[in-house]
Design a protein around this ligand. Structure first.
Ligand code: NMX
Ligand code: MLT
Length: 442
């Protein structure tokens, strides 16, 4: 791993020095103002974090180190005979900031293969949960059990110099990413396949091997996993899972603790759990209408009914995006190539035509367009992965790539404990009367 750590360290040292200079010269510059409404409304639009790995534009969507999803599909290394990017290559790009060669992506693949052993106590801990436990609960429990392996926690307990934090976080990052597919596949096979587990295939890439351990040997499913793991991996720093991982990591909680915390955030229905909610919602619609291919009029009525019941339309809307999510587009392209006639996939496309004008007509929804979760489940169902409660675990395995690469950067750049100021409603009222200061200090 020397080559990778050396390269990362050199980049981090250079950027650290640059950041120091920037702050010395420009640290007092004001970047904008904060409205009272933003404090109450989930801090939307407040720039408060620095994240290296990716950047989200409300119109263009996500770019990883400057590269859009179609550009990643073109430029990143592929598996032999495949056309989707290898997530290993994207991890390299997010971490190092450069496109990897085929050899560099392969190097990461081999590294993760070698580090993928999961100790037995992790499986025993998962087994202690009832089968009925949600897959995300089982997944997070497995990650927490794996925390016994944290090199950062051990080294910190022995006395670790601040300048060496990054390296222990880096080791944990590589170990954890290497082991997550095995834990996730274990949860899947335990819950849905009578506990009949599948051993890893050491000749496959990270996502291909994950597909294999889940029990799907179709080459086009492997391609889907490579695409899935690529597009879900990062969405700049402010989303709930990335922000939580970063926040918890800022307390020097080790990467296992920080990532598990992030996954608990991903398990919320307004964040990653939306992918299961979408398919559940479509299945319920099909059942109620007694058809596998509801027409647009039927979909319209069902959407209106959902809204009338005070529910959100899952898979639609976004806190930052104001256009169709390019991750939705990438999945639509995959669907058109691999399963153009699939009724469920076609229903997703019909919903895409029906929902936006309805949400627009409400006059309050800032983004009526589909997000990543509106499409993912239908592709999985096509291949037989129908157990939709598992979908957020897939999202979580992918999300590890971005948030853990970011955690390496957090420690390498020496970012401090995150601790914003809060105020009570009483202080807000006193501030409005000119009797109190609301601003948080220096
Ligand atoms: N269906 C119905 N109402 C919606 C929707 C939707 N899909 N999206 C937003 N709204 C409502 C929202 O509930 C709020 O209503 P109210 O003022 O009565 O509380 C109003 O529109 C304004 O919300 P926005 O400012 O447009 O959205 P916000 O930034 O607060 O929230 C989401 C963003 C993503 C939480 C929201 O759009 C939503 O709940 N979408 C459905 C769940 C979903 O798909 N989440 C997945 C996000 C992507 N991911 O993977 O994490
Ligand atoms: C994500 O991928 O994290 C979601 O789209 C949510 C977000 O960006 O806020």
């Amino acid at each position: 791993m020397g080559i990778l750590t050396d390269k990362f360290k050199a980049k981090a040292d250079k950027l650290s020095a640059e950041v120091k200079d920037i702050l010395k010269e420009h640290g007092d510059k004001t970047i904008g103002e904060v409205k009272l409404s933003q404090i109450y409304h989930g801090m939307r639009g407040i720039t408060g974090l620095v994240t290296e790995t990716s950047l989200l534009d409300s119109q263009d969507g996500i770019r990883f180190r400057g590269y859009s999803i179609p550009e990643l599909q073109e430029k990143l290394p592929k598996a032999e005979g495949g056309s989707e990017p290898l997530p290993e290559g994207l991890f390299y790009l997010m971490l190092i900031g450069e496109l990897p060669t085929d050899e560099e992506a392969q190097y990461i693949s081999n590294l993760w293969q070698r580090r993928s052993h999961v100790p037995n106590h992790v499986f025993a801990t998962i087994e202690a949960l009832p089968l009925s436990a949600h897959p995300m609960t089982q997944f997070v429990t497995g990650i927490m059990a794996l925390q016994t392996e944290s090199s950062f926690a051990k080294k910190y307990a022995q006395g670790l110099s601040k300048k060496d934090y990054w390296e222990a976080v880096f080791q944990d990052t590589m170990d954890l990413i290497a082991r997550l597919p095995r834990i996730a596949a274990y949860v899947y096979r335990r819950k849905y396949k009578y506990g009949v587990h599948i051993q890893p295939d050491g000749l496959l890439d990270w996502a291909g091997n994950f597909a294999h351990m889940l029990g799907f040997e179709d080459e086009s499913f492997r391609e889907l996993m490579r695409l899935y793991m690529t597009i879900h991996c990062d969405h700049e720093g402010g989303n709930v899972s990335a922000h939580t991982t970063h926040l918890v990591g800022s307390a020097l909680s080790d990467p296992y603790l920080a990532f598990a915390a992030g996954m608990n955030g991903l398990a919320g229905p307004l964040h990653g759990l939306a992918n299961q909610e979408v398919i559940k919602w479509i299945f319920e619609m099909r059942k109620e209408l007694n058809t596998d291919l509801p027409d647009k009029g039927q979909i319209e009525e069902y959407v209106k009914k959902t809204l009338a019941e005070g529910k959100v339309v899952p898979g639609y809307g976004h806190a930052v995006l104001r256009k169709t999510d390019p991750r939705f587009d990438a999945q639509m392209t995959f669907g058109k190539k691999h399963m153009p006639d699939d009724p469920l996939v076609n229903t997703v496309w019909n919903i895409y035509e029906v929902v936006p004008p309805i949400l627009q007509s409400l006059g309050k929804v800032k983004n009526p367009w589909p997000n990543v979760d509106a499409h993912s489940g239908a592709l999985l169902v096509h291949y037989g992965l129908v157990e939709y409660e598992f979908y957020t675990v897939l999202f979580g395995v992918s999300r590890s790539l971005g948030v853990l690469a970011s955690l390496c950067w957090d420690r390498a750049l020496g970012f401090p404990l995150e601790r914003p100021k809060s105020v009570s409603n009483r202080i807000v009222k006193l501030w409005l009367e000119g009797k109190e200061e609301i601003w948080g200090g220096d």
